[in-house]
Design a protein around this ligand. Sequence first.
Ligand SMILES: Cc1cc2nc3c(=O)[nH]c(=O)nc-3n(C[C@H](O)[C@H](O)[C@H](O)COP(=O)(O)O)c2cc1C
Length: 278
Amino acid sequence: MNKKKLLGIVGSYRKTGNTEIVVKAVGEKMGDDWELSLIRLPKLKILPCKGCYVCMLPDIKCNLKDDVEWIMERMSEADAIIFGAPNYHFGPVGIIKMLADRALQSLDFQEKYKKIKTAVALTLGMEDYRCYADTVLQAQIRALRLDVVSLDCFYGTHPGEVELINDLDAKSQKMADSLKSDKEVDYSAPDRCPRCMSDLFRLHKDGLECVICRAVAKHKDGALEFIYFHPQFTEEGKNEHSNWGLNKKNEYEEIKDQVKAVQKKYSGGNWLLPEGNE
Ligand SMILES: Cc1cc2nc3c(=O)[nH]c(=O)nc-3n(C[C@H](O)[C@H](O)[C@H](O)COP(=O)(O)O)c2cc1C
């Protein structure tokens, strides 16, 4: 029998570190019908996005020579994905942002990606320094248009410590269940946005606004009561945003002379570079 493919993406450089262990623990809980393949993200070459928007044009591929197209293809072949990354200085480790910055390139894969259930695991030293890392990690993975179905935090500082905390078994089982379930995901938690899992909110005239998807909630009896969901995060909203990006690209031709004049005014400068780095 052909096994289903679980792709484990490990955002930590540390071998057999906590992130790798969590990803493998989820892999084990998936059962015998599933086969886990692993990618260590920091081993890949991921260049900075040049902001040229070329990848948004039909039939044109990004011209950066690196491993991003390769990992996007591997993701598109998966039946489910477990994405793990450590918290580095209050946010997800930088390689996650490097990949998320290339998310426009994933538009070619979006029809497949939106059907790939993805669990997101943050590893971290301590709750007091979780800060914005878990919310941002899952938001950046969503930016790739994968279907994020669960998010959890796994604590441990030294490599391997995550298993000593005693909740690895239960949490990894829950993640595996979320990946295998056919049911609509219920993100309900008293302190999170039910639509995008964020727990980051800014003040809004009617209450609190989710910083990721702009849903608005009132704070009532120790929980959040949501009163508005902005259309921006619906499937239609996301497509509108992609079209907006494409129109921006087309608009360039019309205002090219004006912006080139601005660029000329601000060109030059005393740029510093290490020796040999031209
Ligand atoms: C450079 C660096 C920064 C870190 N910053 C944080 C932090 O801000 N908050 C936190 O809770 N843990 C922080 N940690 C701890 C790691 O998130 C934790 O050890 C994690 O389990 C590492 O996963 P790994 O073993 O897969 O590399 C940091 C670790 C390093 C090396």
